[in-house]
Ligand binder design. Structure first.
Ligand code: NAP
Length: 295
């Protein structure tokens, strides 16, 4: 396919590279131009503006948050110049409100909008093993499926309303945040009693709570290892806030989300927002009067 790719951060650069390696023709744009270089070396075309990336059959975007999408797409007026019938696949985790705004704006400009947030961190993206949660017109998803097939291991179609994919993703990240929080608190309980959290998390993540979340974040928490950040704490906070807003919009309470949000605010106050989501472990350790888990 002839595609554009906007947003070459930790996730986007791995996804764009996999599309490129699979033989798709990829135009890349990123705010910090340096990020386009490794892709251009592999055969991608680096373009100077997001509008230039908005061409061909489809454009994929993997920007950080609502503000980034607003700056690039809405304030930049990119859609005004896009060809009618072009498909835009937004793979970032964004608010329900922004999704609705983008659906209306795309309709107005004759551009097809698909929401396709993903499950999996940059290492999973690099392996082409993301789980893609897609919603939008089936015909549009069929057309971009060849690209989904090389960046993900499975595409989960969750409806024709793009918004639904974002609700799925926010609910998933709310669960992820809660899992990291409870793992951190449990590690803190162990270390308070002089028990090495490594031993505890080894047992628990191989018995009651197996799977990538508890095992991956559990190891990082046990090691007090919060860098390199595969999923930045500040982006985790963004997602918890978005889940809370999505819940409030339909009068649903998420009591647990309030706790995690406050802890993530504390992470930012401590200057650790760029560290990995696992840094919630550091907050739990400090509350227990410890710098780390040494017993
Ligand atoms: P990241 O490494 O921080 O990259 C963010 C990207 O957004 C960069 O390309 C950055 O450009 C761009 N950006 C930020 N603000 C911008 C602005 N105002 N204008 C233009 N571009 C802007 O983030 P990431 O980890 O790749 O995450 C991207 C999205 O995927 C987020 O929505 C995140 O929630 C979601 N996600 C992440 C993970 C994960 O584990 N990391 C997993 C699933 C989903 P610069 O290079 O110029 O800064």
């Amino acid at each position: 396919m002839d595609i554009g790719f906007i947003g070459l951060g930790g996730m986007g650069r791995a996804m764009a590279l996999n599309a490129l390696k699979a033989g798709h023709s990829v135009r890349v744009w990123n705010r910090s131009r340096d990020a386009t270089k490794p892709l251009a070396e592999q055969g991608a075309t680096a373009v100077n503006t997001p509008a230039e990336a908005f061409a061909g059959e489809a454009v994929f975007s993997m920007l950080a948050d609502d503000a980034a999408l607003r700056a690039v797409l809405i304030d930049g007026g990119v859609l005004k110049h896009a060809q009618r019938g072009l498909i835009h696949v937004n793979m970032a985790t964004v608010s329900i409100a922004l999704c609705d705004e983008l659906v209306a704006l795309h309709e107005q400009h004759g551009v097809v909008y698909v929401a396709a947030p993903v499950l999996g961190r940059p290492d999973v993206a690099a392996a082409g093993k993301l789980n893609i949660v897609a919603a939008g017109s089936d015909e549009a998803i069929d057309r971009v499926q060849p690209v989904f097939d090389v960046i993900g291991q499975k595409t989960w179609r969750v409806g024709s309303k793009p918004q639904h994919a974002n609700v799925f993703k926010l609910a998933a990240n709310f669960m992820l945040a809660s899992a990291i929080e409870t793992t951190s608190e449990a590690a803190s309980l162990m270390s308070g009693h002089g028990i090495d959290p490594h031993a505890f998390l080894d047992v628990i993540t191989n018995t009651l709570f197996p799977g990538p979340v508890y095992q991956g974040y559990g190891r990082m928490i046990a090691d007090s290892r919060y860098e390199p950040a595969l999923f930045k704490a500040k982006l985790g906070l963004k997602d918890v806030r978005l889940a809370m807003a999505a819940a409030e919009a339909v009068n649903v309470a998420l009591p647990m989300a309030n706790v995690v949000r406050d802890n993530l605010i504390e992470v930012l106050a401590q200057g650790d927002g760029e560290k990995d989501f696992a840094v919630l472990g550091k907050i739990a350790a400090r509350r227990a009067g410890r710098g780390d888990w040494s017993v």
